[in-house]
Write a protein that binds this ligand. Structure first.
Ligand code: ASP
Length: 587
C-alpha cells in the first residue's frame, strides 16, 4: 500500500507543486461537467481533491465514490485558481489534482451523515456512535478532552504529584449512591463492588506515604442518568498530606486558572481569586449550593416586611416559621400574562404553591396582591428589593428549602432571559463550610453530606452528639456557571475520630469492622493529616467545550435508560456463565 504523506488538514499554498498521498474519508462529492470534486476528510481537516477526465483510471474510480468511502489519493498540490479559494477552510488555498484514486474500503449509505452536525435523535447518534464521532464537533470535543488531561498531568507532575492507578474491582465504598457489583467466580456468593470513587484508596496512599497523589479515575455509581450524570464518569482525584483546606483550594484554583488560560483562552475567568462563599450564604443569597455567579440577582428576604401585612398567604407563612423571599427581574415589568404564566408554572413544577408578582409599570404598580398588601407594605417591599421603574418582582412564600429551590431556579431562568449567562464567561467560585451531616428521613438516621471520612470543623466538634445538624464540615465544593465541578474535604485521620463519626452515623461496631475495618486499622499505623478534592472531568470538559450535556464529551456514553445502543449493553449472559458465577436469575 502507498503511504499517507500528509494529513487532510495540512496542505497550504507553500506545498504547491509537491506530489502527495492523502488518505481519509469522502466527505462529499460533486461533479462539474467532466470534473469530479470531492473533499477528503480525516481528523485534521478537509482537503479538496479534483479529478480530471484525462486521468482515466482515477476518474473511473472517483465516479464510484460515495460519502464515507475510505480512499487513498495521490496527486499534485496545486494552488486554486483566483476566486476559487475558500477562506473558511485552512486548506482552502489549494487542491490536490488526483493522479490515482484508490478505494481502500467502500461504505454503505451512512444512517447519519457525517458532514452535517447532527440534529437527529440522540438515540440514532448513539446507535451509530462511530459515525457520530467522525463529526467535527465530536472530534473537537474529544481532542479538547485529551488536551485537558495532558495539561493536568503536566501541571501536577511539575508539582511533584504521582499518578497511581487503583483497582476497579474492590469493596463497596459508601459515597451515598448505589454500588455496581461484580459476582466472584472464585468466591461463591461474594461480590466485588466497583468504586464510587477511589476515596478510601487515596487515603490509603496517604497513609502509605505518597503525600501528593492524583489519578484521572473512572468512578461508578448506579444512579439515574442525566445531562450531568452518567453511570460511569471520570474524576480528577487528588489527595495531599500535611495540608489544610487552604492548600487544597490554592492548588485546585491554580490548576483551573492555568488550564482555562491554556486550553480555552477565549473564555474569560470572571474573578480571580475565585470568590468564596459559605454554604449558608450560597443558599440564602442564591437559593443553591452551586450558584451561577455570572450575574448577581440575589434572593432577598422580605419576611419581616410582609409578616404583619393583610396578605394572609405571606403573613401566615411567616407566622408558621416559613419565609418570604423575592427576586428583582430588572426591566421585566412589561411581561405579558403568558410570560408570567410560564414563570408561575415553573415555580409550581418545583413545589411552590404559587408565585406572587409586582410589576413596576409606567402607569403604576400592578400586582394581583397589591390590594391585600396595602400601600405601605408595597412601598417597603419595593425599597427592600431596591426595585426601579420597569422591574418585575417575584415573591415566593414557603418553608426555606422550597423557597430556595423555587427562587434559585427562577433566578437562573431570569438570568437566562436577560442574557446574563454568557457562555464565554467562567464564574468559578468556592462554596465552603458545608454541613457535615444531614438527617435521612428514610433511614431514620444522620448521614454524611460529603462522605463519612470528612472531618468536622474543630470548633463545632463538641456538637457532634448533641446537635449533629449544626456541625460544619471541613468540606468545599468548586462550582462554575451553575454546575458543581468538584468537591473535597480535609479527612479524619485518627482512629478514635473516625469511630466517633461512625457512631454518630448510627453504625454498629460489627458493621464498622466489616465495612471499614481496613481503614480504621490503617489509621493506627501512622496516618498523616490529609485532604483532597475530586473535580468531575466530564463536567469540566463540557464547560470548556460549550456543551450542556456531558455525553457530548464522552466517546461512548450510556443513554438515559442506562444502555449502550452501539454494543447493546447490558445484555444477558449464558447459562454457563451464570453457573460459573453461582448465580440464579429471578426475572
Ligand atoms: N471522593 C469524593 C467524591 O467523589 C471527593 C473527595 O472528597 O475528594 O465526591
Amino acid at each position: 500500500m502507498t503511504r499517507k504523506t500528509h494529513t487532510c488538514g495540512q496542505l497550504r499554498a507553500a506545498h504547491a507543486g509537491q506530489t502527495v498521498t492523502l488518505m481519509g474519508w469522502v466527505n462529499r462529492r460533486r461533479n462539474h461537467g467532466n470534473l469530479i470534486f470531492f473533499d477528503l476528510r480525516d481528523r485534521w481537516g478537509l482537503t479538496q481533491v479534483t479529478v480530471r477526465p484525462d486521468q482515466v483510471a482515477a476518474h473511473d474510480a472517483a465516479s464510484e465514490l460515495r460519502p464515507e468511502y475510505v480512499v487513498a489519493v495521490t496527486g499534485a498540490v496545486q494552488r486554486r485558481p483566483q476566486g476559487m479559494t475558500n477562506p473558511d477552510m485552512p486548506t482552502g488555498e489549494v487542491e490536490v489534482v488526483a493522479q490515482a484514486v484508490e478505494v481502500l474500503n467502500p461504505a454503505q449509505t451512512p444512517p447519519i451523515y457525517v458532514h452535517v452536525d447532527g440534529g437527529e435523535d440522540e438515540a440514532l447518534r448513539l446507535r451509530w456512535r462511530y459515525l457520530d464521532l467522525r463529526r467535527e464537533r465530536m472530534q473537537r470535543n474529544l481532542i479538547l478532552r485529551h488536551r485537558i488531561n495532558k495539561f493536568i498531568r503536566d501541571y501536577l507532575d511539575a508539582r511533584d504529584f504521582v499518578e497511581i492507578e487503583t483497582p476497579i474491582l474492590l469493596k463497596s465504598t459508601p459515597e451515598g449512591a448505589r454500588d455496581f457489583v461484580v459476582p466472584s467466580r472464585v468466591h461463591p456468593g461474594q461480590f466485588y463492588a466497583l468504586p464510587q470513587s477511589p476515596q478510601q484508596l487515596k487515603q490509603m496512599l496517604m497513609i502509605a506515604g505518597y503525600e501528593r497523589y492524583y489519578q484521572i479515575a473512572r468512578c461508578f455509581r448506579d444512579e439515574a442518568v442525566r445531562a450531568t450524570r452518567q453511570l460511569e464518569f471520570t474524576q480528577l482525584d487528588i489527595e495531599m498530606s500535611f495540608v489544610e483546606q487552604e492548600d487544597v483550594l490554592q492548588l485546585a484554583e491554580g490548576l483551573f486558572t492555568e488550564l482555562v488560560e491554556t486550553v480555552a483562552p477565549r473564555k474569560r475567568l470572571l474573578a480571580r481569586p475565585f470568590p468564596r462563599l459559605t454554604y449558608a450564604e450560597a443558599l440564602d443569597r442564591y437559593g443553591s449550593d452551586k450558584p451561577d455567579l455570572r450575574f448577581d440577582l440575589p434572593l432577598v428576604d422580605v419576611s419581616d416586611v410582609v409578616a404583619e401585612s393583610g396578605f394572609r398567604v405571606f403573613a401566615g407563612t411567616v407566622a408558621g416559621g416559613g419565609q418570604v423571599k423575592g427576586l428583582r427581574a430588572s426591566g421585566c415589568a412589561a411581561y405579558s400574562r403568558k410570560q408570567l404564566g410560564e414563570l408561575e408554572n415553573l415555580a409550581k413544577s418545583l413545589g411552590a404553591k404559587g408565585l406572587a408578582w409586582i410589576a413596576l409599570r409606567e402607569g403604576g404598580t400592578k400586582s394581583p396582591i397589591a390590594k391585600f398588601l396595602g400601600d405601605d407594605v408595597l412601598h417597603d417591599l419595593i425599597l427592600r428589593l431596591e426595585a426601579e421603574p420597569g422591574d418585575l418582582l417575584l415573591l415566593v412564600a414557603d418553608e426555606p428549602a422550597v423557597v430556595a429551590q423555587v427562587l434559585g431556579r427562577l433566578r437562573l431562568e431570569i438570568g437566562q432571559r436577560l442574557g446574563l449567562r454568557d457562555p464565554d464567561v467562567l464564574a468559578f467560585a468556592w462554596v465552603l463550610d458545608f454541613p457535615l451531616l444531614e438527617w435521612d428521613d428514610k433511614e431514620g438516621r444522620w448521614s454524611a453530606v460529603h462522605h463519612p471520612f470528612t472531618s468536622a470543623k474543630p470548633e463545632d466538634e463538641y456538637l457532634l452528639e448533641t446537635d449533629p445538624g449544626a456541625v460544619r464540615a471541613n468540606a468545599y465544593d468548586v462550582v462554575c456557571n451553575g454546575w458543581e465541578i468538584g468537591g473535597g474535604s480535609i479527612r479524619i485521620h485518627r482512629r478514635e475520630d473516625q469511630e466517633r463519626m461512625f457512631r454518630v452515623l448510627g453504625l454498629a461496631e460489627d458493621q464498622v469492622q466489616a465495612e471499614f475495618g481496613h481503614l480504621i486499622e490503617a489509621f493506627q499505623y501512622g496516618a498523616p493529616p490529609h485532604g483532597g478534592i475530586a473535580p468531575g472531568m466530564d463536567r469540566l470538559v463540557a464547560l470548556l467545550a460549550d456543551e450542556d450535556d456531558i455525553r457530548e464529551v464522552i466517546a461512548f456514553p450510556k443513554t438515559t435508560a442506562a444502555s449502550d445502543l452501539l454494543f447493546g449493553a447490558p445484555s444477558p449472559i449464558t447459562d454457563e456463565q451464570l453457573r460459573e458465577l453461582h448465580l440464579k436469575l429471578d426475572v
